[in-house]
Ligand binder design. Structure first.
Ligand code: GLY
Length: 397
């Protein structure tokens, strides 16, 4: 028997309305509040399980059933103190401030570290947040020294801060991640009124704009320069699947980096670049439905490749800032995308239950796939940017 069309249509509408009623998503405010509460329980657990008096005090990952902690010179050492600062910001509870202060203080020697560009990550996530939340002037001194250390790595002929010292035949390697260290310099320029810091940051961002990007707005991971002439020697990968591939976290670093550059300079070229990177990532045909990227957009193992929740967290946090600088229709798109990403990350598929996952918040990140290191593990920087995204979303909700 044929059912009349009109009757079928009304029945289906009623059924689908019922289904969506039952499947209704919880309000975003509840998702954020629950995720922050779980994060606080989890980091409390982690604090209680860290090795005492170790020369490797900072938790980095949980791999092969073991908590991995690192020295303060490790590039990730600022993220754990940074996460503690974010929990202080989230809760206002003095116990988080005390823990954040304790772990931040351990990083003091890194203010004089001239061996790595990562001094920006290390100090700005820890001391930078500490200064923002407490106004402790001693923190400003550390940050100024850190900016001076970072500046020693600027190579005028190249126009960039050198990321790593010579290695693997590279003379002056600059990685896309290095954009993330510019925020420290821009802060120092404002704080000291010394334009030298700002000039270095702008030069680095401009040179990266010129040499790191492909026509589709994806980026190479490593560009190696001739330090004597500034000429590009090679464009290759270190952590991606191929020189020509789009390593997911690298794309996220670029998005976040140019968003910060626009915030600090209001140069429309940086806004355009951030938006172009956002479009590349958001519209990528191989981005999974839950919006948590595979570790590399071009890995041949897709759809069986590991994800990278750290790339998703960095991207989500960046979009939650970028939406403030664009016209309303575009801002709505960024908001909807970031909200979907945040809901995925805050779901049991990614957010660990307290006591699991070595005390880290997010599961399913990828550190360095080509080196077979930290594949489908937690990572302290995934957690840091996840907390940052939760706070950014909470502030706007
Ligand atoms: N900055 C190193 C990384 O993203 O793995």
């Amino acid at each position: 028997m044929q059912i009349p069309f009109r009757r079928l249509s009304v029945t289906s509408l009623a059924l689908s309305a019922c289904a969506s009623l039952f499947a209704a998503e919880p309000p975003l405010a509840d998702v954020i509040q629950n995720a922050l509460a779980t994060s606080a329980q989890q980091l409390e657990w982690q604090l209680a399980h860290l090795p005492a008096d170790s020369d490797k005090p900072m938790p980095r990952t949980f791999e092969h059933g073991k908590l991995v902690t690192v020295q303060t010179r490790d590039w990730t050492s600022g993220f754990f103190p940074g996460s503690l600062w974010y929990l202080f910001e989230a809760t206002g509870d003095a116990k988080w401030r005390a823990s954040a202060e304790k772990f931040t203080a351990l990083l003091a020697p890194e203010q004089h570290n001239q061996r790595t560009h990562d001094v920006g990550f290390i100090l700005y996530c820890s001391y930078g947040n500490g200064l923002r939340l407490t106004g402790n002037v001693a923190y400003a001194e550390v940050l100024r020294n850190g900016a001076a250390s970072l500046s020693t790595r600027f190579r005028p002929k190249v126009g960039c801060i050198q990321s790593w010292d010579k290695r693997r035949g590279w003379e002056c390697p600059v990685i896309i991640d290095n954009l993330m260290n510019l925020e420290l310099l821009l802060w120092a320029a404002r704080d000291t009124k010394d334009d030298h810091f700002r000039a270095i940051a702008v030069s680095h961002a401009d040179t990266t704009l010129k040499n790191h990007f492909r026509p589709d707005h994806s980026s190479f991971h490593v560009v190696d320069y001739d330090p004597a002439t500034g000429a590009v020697r090679t464009r290759v990968t270190h952590q991606g699947t191929a020189d020509s591939s789009a390593w997911a976290r690298g794309q996220a670093w670029g998005l976040y980096g140019y968003t910060v550059m626009y915030r600090e300079t209001r140069d429309p070229r940086y806004l355009a670049q951030a938006q172009a990177i956002a479009a590349f990532m958001m519209n990528h045909p191989r981005l999974p439905a839950d919006k948590v990227p595979y570790w590399d957009f071009d890995t041949p193992a897709i759809p069986d490749a590991p994800r990278d929740s750290s790339a998703a967290a960095v991207m989500c946090s960046a979009l939650l800032e970028l939406r403030r600088y664009v016209e309303p229709a575009v801002a709505s798109k960024y908001s909807a995308f970031a909200e979907a990403q945040l809901r995925s990350l805050a779901s049991p598929a990614y957010l660990a239950r307290p006591g699991e996952n070595g005390g880290f918040l997010l599961k399913h990140a990828t550190g360095n796939h080509p080196s077979k290191s930290e594949i489908d593990t937690p990572l302290n920087y995934a957690d840091y940017y996840f907390l940052e995204a939760l706070l950014r979303a909470r502030a706007a909700n």
